[in-house]
Design a protein around this ligand. Structure first.
Ligand code: T1G
Ligand code: NAD
Length: 719
């Protein structure tokens, strides 16, 4: 056998068990050559009469994490042929005339689980994860997974796993019958012993297991009884995975299993798999998969940069963000000191934390035991007395430079040398904050997003003096916290909020020019944004932006149009959800209710300001808001505030509700074509003035017929 797959014999008891080990680090992906090598090993053990059973196991830290996703790009770009894929190998495994036991540890995902289901038995380590995550890549299982899984776990569970793509634990897999036995201790020896016990039993081919009935509703081959399952799954996909094609294709494929033979079902699966694979959605989602890994690589920070120890932290400010940040660290097992300015504020902060934890328990997301342990880790304080013991501090007090500098001055005095001093500021200058200390190399921005214990994004803001060790430590830490850490430069609003400014500016301009509040939100919602720009403003609080605009009024260019409607709403005390009214009115469950009075008020204000009222198409609404993002994104790339276009996209997918299947604003612009985007922005420039001046980088790439993704690759090469 070659390096990718080893074939050995168990040394004990007559050596009658063969062990096939897959070794393709880091995640045993089914890269070219792996499937062929497994087939050769299977061929060999099939012929060897001395072999009574076979164990198939993954080498290293995990079982097979799926097909090699890198290969898909080659297939869709025509550089590689699609071929028959894994199907023939899985039939070969299933047809072996001695038990094939698949031993699972780490992740059995995608093609890895499909291969495991072709085995006659599956055993697993207690902490193994099993799943069909393909829909998260915009595809569906393509090696019989949609046909074998319902035969093992029933129709309803198979639809859920294939359409939603979330993994299940080994314990749940055992309950469902997907796994036959859990192995405590050494997995290989446990699997060998199990395979010996199975040697005398009749073999079960998963593809022939039509008989296993969970309940009438789950019975294969009775479409009229399973129809409600599929209807509910489609409805859920239309709301939870709005705009995505793969979940619906996965449901169609599993449904085929209830109507057709295994072979016919596989043909339907193959057709749907191909349609998804060659879709723009899949290209965007696969790029996002690798993008989340690429943003962790910082060109000027070598992989072997020393990491600073972080075993305990402190959070200053227990408000909206401070409380959430304390939960993030506690959830990751860090003891947290949580400091507030006074007892009432501290009590409020703790009460919010407890309330958030309880609602997670109520929704079954966390266990009470987990919550009790986490709350133990959060120690409320009113002084800096114990700050000398912590390795890192995250400051989350009110957004004001003076107060932040006062706090950092304090931290400089009380924290130990080498401690990391981080600020959660959403707009302020990190270097100016650092100037309040004697250790600006230890100061960095850690910009969490609200609600901090939910949003995956963490913008890590490097100041000119932030040390490589501090940066590398925070990038590594973001992974431990279950966040996607993206390194950005220091400027007003950093990357996410800086781009969001022009996006929300255009949304307000459109309302001032005649579009209704609802039509602006509907256009962006239909485009795929998680929420429209007006409703988003109400959620975050219109006063946050109002306070910042007032702080920066002196920087506004005279004669350049500025939106006014939101400021006028704030002057009326309409801050959004927190005051029960903003662009919308809100009922007691914070449900948004259109408020014609606001549309009317804006009409009046706009006419008084001499703004012509006109009908505005949803196409114009989308173009002005999304291209405002793209144009500012191009400026950010030019200035080096973002390392790559993919960094901007990962920020928008994980922090701003940009539809993942569109890949992010920069990828979306590439998909539309930068020449077309540039032409449209140039039109807006003519119509609306200098705010729409095209970014030089966009102009250059459009004229040279290039893309942001290409730039990415060149930058990667230059790095
Ligand atoms: N193919 C190619 N590369 C992969 C890969 C894969 N399936 N999975 C991971 N990598 C790379 C990754 O880019 C990174 O590279 C390194 O491995 C470590 O990954 C036929 C069609 C398994 C939970 O969707 O979810 O099977 O950055 O940093 O955090 O029906 O990787 O070091 O250069 O993520 O420990 C379905 C994808 C494929 C699972 C481990 N499978 N992988 O997480 O490490 S489609 C998936 C993961 C398919 C079949 C269909 C995670 C992980 P680099 P990592 P991790
Ligand atoms: P908030 O008003 O909800 O909380 C601020 C807290 O800081 C208050 O509880 C206040 O009592 C406390 N505080 C003030 N002075 C203090 C001191 N000297 N010591 C200890 N505590 C003190 O504000 P927030 O929304 O949580 O924002 C906090 C920071 O996070 C700001 O810099 C903000 O820009 C940033 N941020 C906010 C959001 C958001 O959506 N709210 C998102 C990202 C970043």
């Amino acid at each position: 056998m070659d390096d990718l797959v080893q074939l050995a014999r168990d040394k004990d008891k007559g050596k009658d068990v063969a062990i096939i080990t897959i070794n393709n680090p880091p995640v045993n992906a089914l890269s070219p050559g792996v499937a062929k090598a497994i087939a050769q090993a299977i061929e060999q053990v099939s012929k060897d009469v001395a072999i009574k059973a076979v164990v198939l196991i993954g080498g290293g830290r995990t079982f097979i994490a799926g097909a090699d996703i890198k290969e898909f790009g080659k297939i869709t770009s025509g550089k590689a042929q699609r071929g028959a894929g894994l199907l023939p190998l899985l039939l070969q495994i299933e047809d072996v005339r001695k038990p094939v036991v698949v031993a699972i540890h780490g992740s059995a995902f995608g093609g890895g689980l499909e291969l495991a289901m072709a085995g006659h038995y599956r055993v697993a380590a207690p902490n193994a994860q099993l799943g069909q995550p393909e829909v998260k890549l915009g595809i569906i299982p393509g090696a019989g997974g949609t046909q074998r899984l319902p035969r093992l776990v029933g129709v309803a569970k198979a639809v859920e796993m294939c359409a939603e793509g979330n993994p299940i634990s080994a314990q749940e897999a055992l309950k469902l019958g997907l796994v036959d036995h859990l192995i405590e201790g050494d997995l290989l020896s446990g699997a060998i012993a199990f395979s010996r016990d199975m040697a005398a039993r009749p073999l079960r081919k998963t593809r022939e297991r039509n008989e296993r009935v969970r309940s009438d509703k789950d019975k294969l081959g009775v479409p009229e009884q399973t129809a409600p399952v599929f209807a509910a799954a489609r409805e859920k996909a239309h709301t939870k995975q709005r705009g995505m094609m793969a979940p619906l294709a996965a449901i169609d494929a599993v449904e085929a299993a209830t109507r057709l033979s295994f072979e016919e079902g596989c043909r339907v699966e193959q057709k749907l798999f191909g349609e998804c694979l060659f879709s723009d959605q899949s290209k965007a989602l696969i790029r996002a998969f690798f993008g989340e890994r690429e943003v962790a690589k910082i060109p000027d920070i070598p992989k072997d940069t020393a990491l600073l120890p972080v075993n305990s932290v402190a959070v200053v400010g227990a408000g909206t963000m401070g409380g959430g940040i304390a939960m993030v660290f506690a959830n990751a097992g860090f003891p947290v000191l949580l400091k507030e300015a006074d007892q009432p504020a501290l009590d409020r902060g703790l009460a919010t934390i407890q309330k958030n934890y309880q609602s997670s328990v109520k929704r079954g997301r966390l266990t009470q035991q987990f919550v009790d342990e986490r709350l133990q880790l959060i120690q409320p304080v009113l002084s800096y007395d114990d700050f000398g013991k912590v390795d890192m501090v995250v400051e989350a007090v009110f957004e004001g430079m003076e107060l932040k500098k006062e706090v950092f001055g304090q931290l400089d005095r009380v924290c130990r040398p080498g401690a990391i001093l981080a600020s959660n500021t959403s707009t302020l200058d990190i270097e100016e904050i650092a100037s309040a200390t004697s250790r600006s190399d230890a100061v960095i921005g850690t910009h969490f997003f609200s609600p901090a214990n939910v949003m995956r994004l963490l913008e890590i803001v490097r100041g000119k003096s932030s040390s490589k060790e501090v940066i590398a430590t925070c990038m590594q830490l973001s992974k431990k916290l279950g966040k996607v850490g993206v390194l950005v430069g220091n400027c007003r609003g950093f990357v996410g909020n800086r781009m969001f400014g022009p996006y929300r500016r255009e949304a307000q301009f459109l309302v001032e020019e005649g579009a209704s509040i609802e039509s602006v939100d509907k256009a962006l919602f239909d485009f795929g944004m998680a929420m429209g720009p007006m409703a988003t403003g109400d959620l975050a609080g219109l006063d946050v932006g109002w306070r910042i605009r007032k702080e920066y009024r002196h920087l506004e260019k005279p004669g350049v149009r500025q939106p006014f409607a939101e400021d006028r709403l704030c002057e009326l005390g309409r801050y959004g959800q927190k005051t029960g009214a903003g662009w919308y009115k809100y009922d007691e469950n914070r449900r948004a209710i259109p408020d014609p009075e606001v549309n009317e008020m804006v009409r009046r204000w706009a006419r008084a300001a001499g703004i012509t009222q006109r009908e505005i198409s949803s196409e114009e609404i989308v173009d002005r808001c999304i291209y405002a993002l793209v144009n500012e994104g191009a400026r950010i790339l030019e200035e080096g505030i973002a390392l790559r276009a993919v960094d901007i996209d990962i920020i928008y997918l994980n922090g701003y509700g940009f539809p993942a299947y569109r890949g992010g604003p920069m990828w979306y612009a590439d998909t539309v074509g930068l020449d077309k985007v540039y032409r449209r922005i140039s039109e807006f420039h003519k119509q609306h003035g200098e705010l729409w001046e095209p970014a030089p980088l966009l102009k250059r790439l459009a004229e040279e017929g290039r893309t942001f993704a290409e730039l990415n690759r060149e930058q990667a090469v230059m790095a």
